[in-house]
Ligand binder design. Structure first.
Ligand SMILES: Cc1cc2nc3c(=O)[nH]c(=O)nc-3n(C[C@H](O)[C@H](O)[C@H](O)COP(=O)(O)OP(=O)(O)OC[C@H]3O[C@@H](n4cnc5c(N)ncnc54)[C@H](O)[C@@H]3O)c2cc1C
Length: 457
């Protein structure tokens, strides 16, 4: 056959793209296709921050293809019906795509395979496009996936790593294949004011800057909230404008404690993916139930709203929640702290927190989000499910000068340590001058409620 279709999904790049390479090697012409499937939108994907970032990615992918003589074909509708239609229009015998792990992705692959086979076409699904190691390759003797990170990481590190592929020099698209107009960021409303820019070109700029100045200090700075010392590559990994395999190569080349710590975080990403691939229901159901009877009713709703709005009275929690709203992104230490705070101190169901994160995060990702939430809630893979994080101690440790809090909580901009950690301890005119709420719950009270609930469960 002379024509292949490449279905782009969470891999919106031209460099290090095994499906594109395989299609280009096997066929004279290639149809690069992206389908906007309403089923993905219905599942909660179509939130403004990710739609805006996606629009950037598609435009940049189209521009990259045009530089090579091609273009991106965009269609809307059921992904299976659209792929079959485009394949028939182009007379394509082979369809290439990346494997993925969610229940939706697994079902999509099965449906596509059946529908294409019924038309006499072949589906080729490529691993190591959206993950470094495919789920199911690094497994313990007794199970289909690792439930604990450390042994997973030991095995993961020892696996062979495939080489990085260059982008194709030319992409020839058959004539006469119609495309819908590309979406544009400008048409999306409700986007966070400081949302990052999407697209492979921007991803490469960020990566280059990160490798030049960033990765070497990563091990020391990754947890310092005000330092902003992490890569901020997560949206690019989520949309696939960067290849995780390439990032591991680059991190190993960089070496040192920074390169090692960064590689470890990339392994966490694969770890959650292999859990979700084996247990797709973990996107909504407890991975390991603790028989929680989460709080509900007006008081719990009020606490959830205070948390969402960044008005809990705990400065570090509030700073992180406000960063989320403003940037569509939050520092990992902030994500951990706010998730522990909601599920343990406030004892509110992790699903409510995960939903709020997915509504705003530009990197909002079923595997990473839901399983990190479960980790924090103690219903996931944390080996110490009942541990709690104290937001005051966390602030003293990870924001010792209070700079992160002052950046995001302007009401506290004039406070210095120790008042910036515990503004409720201010007295008299000092307290009156600060327009900031008292804590929604005392830490001792929250802890006692959580312990009692888990003891009962
Ligand atoms: C409650 C909670 C929810 C989260 N939701 C998401 C989400 O929806 N999408 C998402 O990509 N990450 C999520 N994370 C993981 C992590 O917080 C982000 O990946 C990280 O903050 C992104 O910033 P960065 O790119 O600067 O990370 P860096 O520190 O530079 O790390 C590099 C990359 O490693 C991966 N990584 C880092 N930490 C983790 C981790 N704990 N688990 C899995 N992968 C990791 C990410 O792909 C990240 O881009 C969540 C963490 C928590 C605690």
């Amino acid at each position: 056959m002379n024509v292949s279709v490449v279905l782009f999904t969470a891999d919106l790049r031209l460099r290090d793209h095994p499906p594109l390479r395989a299609a280009g090697d096997a066929s004279r012409q290639v149809v690069p296709l992206f389908v906007r499937d309403p089923a993905v939108d219905r599942a909660g994907f179509a939130v403004p921050n990710r739609m805006a970032f996606l629009a950037d990615c598609l435009r940049d992918l189209d521009a990259g293809l045009r530089e090579r003589g091609g273009r991106l074909i965009v269609r809307s509708g059921d992904v299976v019906a659209q792929v079959c239609t485009v394949a028939a229009e182009a007379g394509a015998g082979d369809i290439h795509m990346a494997s993925d792990v969610s229940a939706y992705a697994q079902h999509r692959e099965e449906r596509l395979r059946r529908a294409l086979e019924a038309q006499g076409r072949r589906l080729h699904v490529h691993d190591t496009v959206t993950t470094v190691q495919p789920p199911g390759v690094v497994t313990p003797a007794s199970s289909d996936h690792f439930a604990v990170f450390t042994p997973y990481f030991r095995h993961w590190e020892r696996q062979a790593l495939r080489g990085v592929l260059t982008a194709p020099r030319a992409v020839r698209v058959p004539d006469g294949i119609g495309s819908e107009p590309l979406p544009s960021r400008g048409s999306v409303t409700g986007v966070s004011p400081r949302l990052a820019t999407g697209g492979e070109a921007e991803a490469r700029r960020r990566l280059a800057a990160w490798l030049r100045r960033g990765i070497d200090d990563y091990a020391d700075r990754q947890d310092v909230l005000a330092a902003d010392g992490t890569s901020r590559l997560s949206p690019h990994l989520h949309f696939g404008t960067l290849s995780p395999v390439e990032l591991v190569h680059r991190a190993r080349e960089a070496g040192g404690p920074g390169g090692e710590a960064f590689t470890r975080q990339l392994a966490w990403r694969d770890f959650h993916r292999q859990v979700l691939a084996a247990r797709p229901d973990a996107s909504t159901a407890d991975y390991r139930t603790r028989h929680d009877r989460w709080r509900s009713g007006p008081a719990a709703e009020r606490d959830l709203r205070a948390w969402q709005e960044g008005c809990t009275g705990y400065p570090l929690v509030d700073a992180a929640m406000r960063q989320l709203r403003h940037e569509g992104w939050m520092h990992n230490r902030g994500r951990l702290l706010t998730a522990f705070f909601l599920t343990k101190t406030l004892y509110v169901d992790w699903r409510a927190g995960a939903r709020h994160f997915l509504d705003l995060l530009v990197d909002g990702d079923v595997a990473n989000n839901q399983l990190n939430w479960q980790w924090a809630a103690g219903t996931g893979t944390d080996t110490r499910p009942n541990r709690v994080l104290n937001p005051v101690l966390q602030a003293r440790r990870y924001d010792p000068a209070g700079a992160y809090v002052r950046r995001w909580v302007p009401e506290l901009a004039r406070l210095r340590p120790p008042a910036v950690f515990e503004p409720w301890r201010l007295r008299g005119t000092g307290r009156a001058a600060v327009d900031y709420p008292d804590p929604v719950v005392g830490l001792a009270e929250g802890l006692a409620r959580f312990k009692e609930a888990r003891a009962r469960a």
